[in-house]
Design a protein around this ligand. Sequence first.
Ligand code: EPZ
Length: 429
Amino acid sequence: MEKYVINGGTPLRGPVDISGMKNAACPIIFASLLTGSVCVIENLPAINDVALSLEIMQSIGCRVRMLAKDTVEIDSRDAEGGSSPFDLVRKMRSSYYLLGAELGRYGRACVGYPGGCDFGVRPIDQHIKGFEALGAEVSVDSGCVVAEAKYGLRGSSVYFDMVTVGGTINVILAAVLAKGMTVIENAAREPHIVDVANFLNTCGARITGAGTDTIRVRGVEKLRGCTYAIIPDMIEAGTFMIAAAATGGAMVVRNVIPKHLESITAKLEEMGVIVEEYDDYVYVTRSGDLNRINIKTLPYPGFPTDMQPQMCVLLCQANGVSFLTESIFENRFKYVEELRLMGASIIVDGRTAIIEGGTTLQAAPVRAMDLRAGAAMVIAGLCCKGRTEIDEIFHIERGYDNLVGKLTAVGADIRKIVIPDSVEYGTAN
Ligand code: EPZ
């Protein structure tokens, strides 16, 4: 068992370099299957979801070679679809991009049902709706999603019942080699969707409108390999921005695209945090008390749901009562129980957390409930004096590249300890 041990209370000061975006890297790795060629992907974050995505690609016959710490070469010439192992696929949500990639390349797909953070049902009915619109028959057979387009995939119109990042990307993957034009309406507009589209267009696809709510994909005969660099991770950047504000420090968050951070910056400034934007970095500091605010998570360009737990920790320090509404997922407040163990005063009423500010959190042994909830617990531990232990950190290491190293470099007292499973819980020294 592994834990983080944090001795908090030190303001974080100094520069931090943001890694490539997890939610762009994983779909682009799977999208490389569509080329049946050799792709080189740069600026990959060193995180477990990327390692798992590459392992799954190897399991279906791709040759994967790391050319550098953040650069991989994927040769998918000899890949065969339909053979990804259940036990790997069910470890993360991004596995479902293999469905769109296999269907797009082979006209058929067979992939185990995806896993991922547990904050609600997280169905894939919209992905299936899109695949069916393109002419595939889709069924779920003993835990496997099976899709087949007996007469080939043909362009069509797809209107999503709700904005879905995964659904939007998956339909793009299935459509790039289909015959004719596909129009995706009510599409998600996240920067990582634009990144996937840019990668595929670099490989010869003809995608327009990515980043808007209407995306057009004109099918092409074939795609070629390419070299492509992943965009910086806006959620990792936002996490460090909040850590700087929560600890009362001052940080230079480098290798970012400020435009992608606009909603995060706007809400931090509304709280009284100082955010200075430059070409590829932002400077974040806090001068005094924090204002209470209301936040509602929304699809991009709204405030990201993946920043909701981290922001909740900051709101515990604000002057007054704040309201934080989660409009994307039905159950993304599981971490509140862990924050209560640290003294937070939060009431969850349906999809809204009512957060009483002016709370001084106390160090305590807590758990990471999922990836971003885990990041929130790290921030909570950093901003309170004493020893906080965080258990189940495997969630965090799915999506944060060298979090301990990056935090240590800006003054945090944080370390990872490994406890042999035989040792009783709580007796770690
Ligand atoms: C992606 O999840 C991200 N994961 C999530 O990030 C992120 O929170 C989410 O997008 C929203 O931005 C990856 O990219 C791997 P959705 P995804 O489809 O694709 C419902 C992180 O921390 N829905 O946009 O699963 C769904 O239940 C992770 O990095 C359907 O009902 O999100 C949710 O309520 C956590 N049917 C809403 O739509 C569908 O077919 C948005 O989900 C698809 C989605």
